[in-house]
Each structure stands twice: as structure tokens, then as C-alpha cells.
Write a protein that binds this ligand. Sequence first.
Ligand SMILES: Nc1ncnc2c1ncn2[C@@H]1O[C@H](COP(=O)(O)OP(=O)(O)OP(=O)(O)O)[C@@H](O)[C@H]1O
Ligand SMILES: [Mg+2]
Length: 484
Amino acid sequence: MKFSNTYSQLDSAFYQRIAPTKVAAPQLLLWNKNLAQSLLIDEQITNNHNLLAQYFSGNQIPDGAEPMALAYSGHQFGHFNPNLGDGRAHLLGEIIDNDNKRFDIQLKGSGPTQFSRQGDGRCAIGPAVREYIMSEAMFALGVPTSRCLSVVITGEPVYREQVMPGAVVTRVASSHIRVGTFQYFAAKGDLESLNTLTDYTINRHFSHIDINAEDKIEQFLVCAIDKQIELIIAWMRVGFIHGVMNTDNTAISGETIDFGPCAMMSHYHSGTVFSSIDKQGRYAFGNQPHIAQWNMARLAECLLLLVDSNQEKALEKIEPLIIAFNAKFETAYFTMLANKLGLNEVAKKDHQFINELLELMQKQQLDYTSTFAKLTDSLTDTDIQDTLKQQLGDWYANWLTMLASKNQSAQTAKTLMAKNNPLVIPRNHHVEAILAEYETSGQSTVIDDFLEVLRSPYEQLKRTSQFQDEPKDGDHQYRTFCGT
Ligand SMILES: Nc1ncnc2c1ncn2[C@@H]1O[C@H](COP(=O)(O)OP(=O)(O)OP(=O)(O)O)[C@@H](O)[C@H]1O
Ligand SMILES: [Mg+2]
């Protein structure tokens, strides 16, 4: 493993240097071979499961790693908490992959840090495996996301509502710079660190921006906003509900991070919420764009201080960028839905037509994934056409007419739809069943079989049909919990 660390070169205000706390009996449960290969991790290490368990539990620090817990703040459900930070995670360092991209390698559940507050610094096995499964699924679905390299069982109990086996999950992400990282320094009024962080972030994520440009802050904010728009569009394309879009869980890279209470939508309803603590539906499926914009406004507030010492002037420059989110999002959103319907582009006058489908789906409690998959198949399957005619009535006939009126073949439409409409997603009831099955049997093969299917979500593999069924109650009773 070849570390090439840059965050550790920032000054000590950015982190606490601290080693993970050793665990009793580390044992490798999951290892992401493909990801390890792309990170150019030696075969010799990869084949040595004992060594992997040592490294990725935090018991042994690999050469070149510089473990640290990062400082950050965050708005949690709208309330600002200045003191968050990695309370149970250790960044080991950065690795350049085979594509010349830089990635953070971070242990989560690896022991307390100065940011732990009341927490034990640990992670239970269930949430660790869930994060591994969900992030692999999201990656294969084509959604920007952090990934997991491994899950190691610690051999120690963690005390939650019940006693659970402990685990350390290793996360790989383009970086762990969050909106909350900017808030941490802005809240302290530490402009020097805020400046350093901004330049560091630009260099790391948006290196096309000229660091000496007078409007570099505005350019940076536009890039960060565009990444969030891309992210939320990708989530909504596959029916993902993050569940805890706090500013400390919003990565500036635009990757999905923190899979705590996330879930997949079954029946289409814009108000779908699964998280047990999200009583007001702040992070409901259809509210995600609004929250992403709100989070970007929090980032913008931090940046105001750097744009102009005259805050009114700064606001004049920054505010329009936040307002522009809405129009940009709308265009991207309807293009995404048009693609799901086999249309390359969409005119504003057709937005209503697309909304009508969503309204029909909502009214009739239709499954989001299955409906789009059926629409795709219906282009070549008359039985499915009949079903959809019954379910969607005139809308379905109008859609076929619309497709025919475009200058494109049915095959072109079908290809576009097949790329945008997954056949299989990590449905909540299957994720839960796999976790329960693993808990009973202790065999990781059940997880591997599930992952094999999830890694090819646009292909019908031999086992795909095992995981395509809709939940019997449409997941109306399903609840998720912050996996601390
Ligand atoms: N068991 C724990 N011990 C110590 N700190 C914790 C624990 N669980 C969560 N925290 C801290 O509480 C805050 C909010 O937790 P949250 O669940 O959003 O993040 P997380 O899942 O721990 O980490 P991440 O956002 O990096 O995926 C973070 O500062 C986190 O480090
Ligand atoms: Mg978090």
C-alpha cells in the first residue's frame, strides 16, 4: 500500500493525530478485491487475510499511514452543532489509484477520538455490512459514492439497544471534506484556515479552477453546487433516500457518504421517509433537492467571508449562485426522468406529462423500480404492454405516441431506458433479510451472493430474479435507524 498523504500536511487545526484503539480478535469478513486492485494494493497483502484484519481493524498501522480524526461541524436536522468531527473514524491516509485519482482510506468504528463526545468510538456489525452493501450497490448503479474496502469483525461487543458484535468498516472516498468542515472554521472565525481549506479543496477536487483567479470562490461554489445537483439527480433516478442529509454528511466531492439510515423507495411517493428520527420528513425522497440547496447555502455562508470584506457586496455575488440551483436542478431532473422514459431530451411543455406519470404512480402505489423496468420491457413485450395499459391508461398510450413522434428507433429508446432503469436495487427487505441470515449463519457467502447481483444492476443474471420482488407491504412499516 503506497500512501501519499496531503491532508496531514495541513496544520493541526484540521485534525487530531490519533491512533485507532486496538481490538481483541480482528477477523476479516468482507474484502473488496476489485477496489483493492484499483488502489494498487499488493496481491501479497490482499492474499494475507490475517494481515488485512490487522491493518483494517486498526491494530497495525501500515507503513506510510498517518492516522488522524478530522475536525468538522454540522447542521443536524437544521440545528448547528459546532463540535462534531470523526468521533469513531480514523483517516489512515491517501492512495493514488490506477487512474491517477486520489482517495482517502478511512477506518470507521476504530475507537474514540477527541471528537467522540458520549460515543464509544465503535460501530456494530449490522451497520458496517449495510454500508458495504449499499455503497457497492450505489457504485454499480452509477451513483457518485464513497465505497468500502473491507469489514473486519473486532471480536469485541458493542453496546447499543442490544449487545452486538463490533466491526470496523474501511471507507474509500475522494475526500472527507464536508460542508461541515468549512463550517468548523467559519464558526470559529478562523479565516486563515478557511482560506487554506478552500485552496486545498480546489486543488484536490476542482483543479481546473485557477487558484489566483479573483472569482475563484464563486467558481468553487458553482462546482460544489453542480456536484450536489448531479448527486441528488442520481439518487432520485434509482429511488435512493439518504435519510440524514445533515451538512456534516454532505461531501464537497459530491459523493454519497454516511449510509446510516438510508433506504430505497418502493412505492413511488415523494414524501417517503424511513428514518425513525426524521419525524418531520425533512429528508423525505422529494425534499432532497431542497435540502441539498439549503446545505449549499450553508456552504455559501462560510465562503461569504472570503469573497469580500464587505458582506453586502459578497452576498450580491454569492446569492444568485444559490438561487440558480433551482433552475439548474429542474432541467437536470426532467432530463433524467426523460431518459428513464427513453427520451433524449425534454421540452418544458412536456414536464407536466412526466409529472402525470409520477402522480399516477403515487396514487396507485406503484413500485418505482418495477414500473420503469416494465416500461422498458413493454417496448418489446406485448403482455407487459397490456398490464401497463391497464395501470396507466391514456398516459401509457400517449407515451408510446410521444416516443414514435421522436426521430429515434424503438431500439434507441430501449437502450437509453435500459441504461437508466435498474433491474435490481438493494431493496430494503432483502438487505434486512441478508443481514439477518448472516447474523444467524455467520457465513459471508450470503452477502457475496447478494453483492454479485447488485454489482450488475442493469443485467438479468441467473440470480437477479431472487432479489427483484417488491416488498409485500410496499415497505410502509419499514424503519431505519442511525447506525451508531
Ligand atoms: N459510536 C460513536 N462514537 C463516537 N462518535 C460517534 C459515534 N457514532 C457517531 N458519532 C459521531 O457523531 C456524529 C454524527 O454521526 P453520524 O452518524 O452522522 O456519522 P458517522 O456515521 O459516525 O460517520 P460518517 O459521517 O463519517 O459516515 C459524528 O461526529 C460521528 O463521528
Ligand atoms: Mg455522519
